[in-house]
Ligand binder design. Structure first.
Ligand code: PLP
Length: 389
C-alpha cells in the first residue's frame, strides 16, 4: 500500500499478510543459498535481482519489507538496507566518487563521516573540504569543477545547528553535485528529504527505527535516478542487513509515530527545565528559539526527536564527569533512539566553523520515562556538578 497519511503508511508499509498465511508480520527469512530448479530460472531471477531472491546477501523477503517501509516513510523510490548507519553513509558516499574527485562535508557531521574522508577517501585520491553549515550563501564558493557530492546533516551531530537545507541542496543541484543527507535525527519522520532537494538519504536505523537498543541497521534511500549507482556501491562493498535485524527495524517502525511524539514532548520538557538552570550555559535543541538554525527547523521539519545538546557552564572535567556519573536514569553510552534515556559527554572537532559554545558539551537522549523523574535525576546530577566545581 502506498497511499494514506504518514502514520497510516507506517503501519501498513511493507506488510503482506496474504503472502504469509495471513500472519500480520513477515517472518524472519534467514538465507545464504537461494536454489533454482533450472539454469534458465536462475538466469531469469538474476536479470532482475531487485525483484527476485538470488542470494542471501542480496536480500530476503524480510529485508525487502523493511526497505519498502523506509522508502515510504522517507518518500523515496527505493531503500537499500545495510548492516549499520555507517555502512549506509559509506556506500552512499563511495557511490559517487572516483580518484581525482572532490566532496564537501558539513563541519558538524557525525565524526565517523569525517573519518571516512580523512582515513579512507583521501587514500583513494578523493579530496574533502568542510563547509560552515550555517553559512549557506558561502557553500557554493567551495564548489570545484571536480566536486561530485555534498554531505549534509541536519541538525548537526552533537551541536544541533539546523542548516538551510533547500538553499544548500539547491545550489548543489544547480552545480550538478549530488546531495547526500544524514537524516537519522528526524528518523525520516519529521523531515522529508526528497521534498527539499536531497538525492540520497541515509539513516542509522539502529536508532529510532529499531528503537529498542538491540540491533544495528542502516538504510540508504534514493530516487530511481540514483538507484543503480548506489546499488552497485552496496553490492561491490558486500554490505548486507541481517534478516533478524531487518525484522526488528520493521517491527520498531510500527510504533515509530507514538514513540517519537513522546520523545518530542519529554525532550522539550527536560530541555526547557535545563535552560532555566544556572549551571547551564546553553541548551542546543532545534525546537528552542535560540538554537542556531531554529528558523529552518521550524520551516522544514514537522517535529523534534529526543536528542539534543547541553552546554554546561565552564567547569573542570571532573565536575562534568561528576554530573554524568551521578545520573541514574540516564545511562552513559553511545548510540541513541531506544526507549531509554542516555547521556554522553562529547568532544567536537571543527575546522571550518565556530562551535555554538566553547563550554563543556553533553548530549542527552530523552527516553520514554516520566519526564518529572528525569528532571529529578538531572537535578541530582547538577548538585554533583556544583559540589565539584
Ligand atoms: C549513530 C549514527 C550513525 C551511525 O549509525 P550506526 O548504526 O551506529 O553505524 C550515523 N549518523 C548519525 C547522525 C548517528 O547518530
Amino acid at each position: 500500500m502506498s497511499g494514506g497519511k504518514r502514520d497510516t503508511r507506517l503501519i501498513h508499509a511493507g506488510s503482506n499478510p496474504e503472502e504469509n498465511f495471513g500472519l500480520i508480520n513477515p517472518p524472519v527469512y534467514r538465507a545464504s543459498t537461494v536454489s533454482f530448479p533450472t539454469v534458465a530460472a536462475q538466469a531469469k531471477a538474476r536479470r532482475n535481482p531487485e525483484q527476485n531472491f538470488v542470494y542471501g546477501r542480496r536480500g530476503t523477503p524480510t529485508s525487502f519489507a523493511f526497505e519498502d517501509a523506509v522508502a515510504q516513510l522517507e518518500g523515496g523510490d527505493r531503500t537499500i538496507a545495510v548492516g549499520s548507519g555507517l555502512a549506509a553513509i559509506s556506500s552512499a558516499m563511495l557511490a559517487f566518487v572516483s580518484a581525482g574527485d572532490h566532496v564537501l562535508v558539513c563541519d558538524n557531521a557525525y565524526t565517523p563521516t569525517r573519518n571516512l574522508s580523512e582515513n579512507f577517501l583521501k587514500r583513494f585520491g578523493v579530496e574533502t573540504s568542510y563547509y560552515d553549515p550555517m553559512d549557506s550563501a558561502a557553500v557554493k564558493d567551495h564548489f570545484r569543477p571536480n566536486s561530485k557530492a555534498i554531505y549534509v546533516e541536519a541538525p548537526g551531530s552533537h551541536t544541533f545547528e539546523v542548516m538551510d537545507l533547500p538553499a544548500i541542496a539547491g545550489a548543489a543541484r544547480d552545480a550538478g553535485i549530488k546531495v547526500v543527507m544524514d537524516n537519522t535525527w528526524s528518523a525520516g519522520y519529521f523531515f522529508k528529504p526528497f521534498e527539499y532537494g536531497v538525492d540520497v538519504s541515509v539513516q542509522a536505523a539502529t536508532k529510532y527505527q529499531v528503537g529498542h537498543s538491540d540491533a544495528m541497521l542502516g538504510a540508504v534511500t534514493m530516487l530511481n535516478d540514483d538507484l543503480e549507482t548506489v546499488a552497485a556501491s552496496v553490492r561491490v562493498l558486500g554490505f548486507h542487513a541481517a534478516p533478524d535485524d531487518a525484522y526488528l527495524g520493521l517491527r520498531g517502525m510500527r510504533t515509530l509515530s507514538v514513540r517519537l511524539k513522546r520523545h518530542e514532548i519529554n525532550g522539550l520538557k527536560v530541555a526547557e527545565w535545563l535552560a532555566g538552570r544556572p549551571e547551564i550555559e546553553r541548551v542546543l535543541h532545534p525546537a528552542m528559539a535560540d538554537c542556531p538554525g531554529h528558523e529552518f527547523w521550524k520551516r522544514d521539519f514537522t517535529g523534534a526527536s529526543g536528542l539534543f545538546g547541553v552546554a554546561l557552564k565552564p567547569a573542570p572535567k571532573e565536575a562534568v564527569n561528576a554530573f554524568v556519573d551521578r545520573l541514574e536514569l540516564f545511562a552513559l553510552g553511545g548510540s541513541w533512539g531506544g526507549y531509554e534515556s542516555l547521556v554522553l559527554p562529547t568532544n567536537v572537532t571543527r575546522t571550518a566553523s565556530q562551535l555554538p559554545s566553547d563550554a563543556p558539551l553533553v548530549r542527552l537522549h530523552v527516553g520514554l520515562e516520566d519526564p518529572d523523574d528525569l528532571i529529578e535525576d538531572l537535578n541530582a546530577g547538577l548538585d554533583a556538578f556544583n559540589d565539584s566545581r
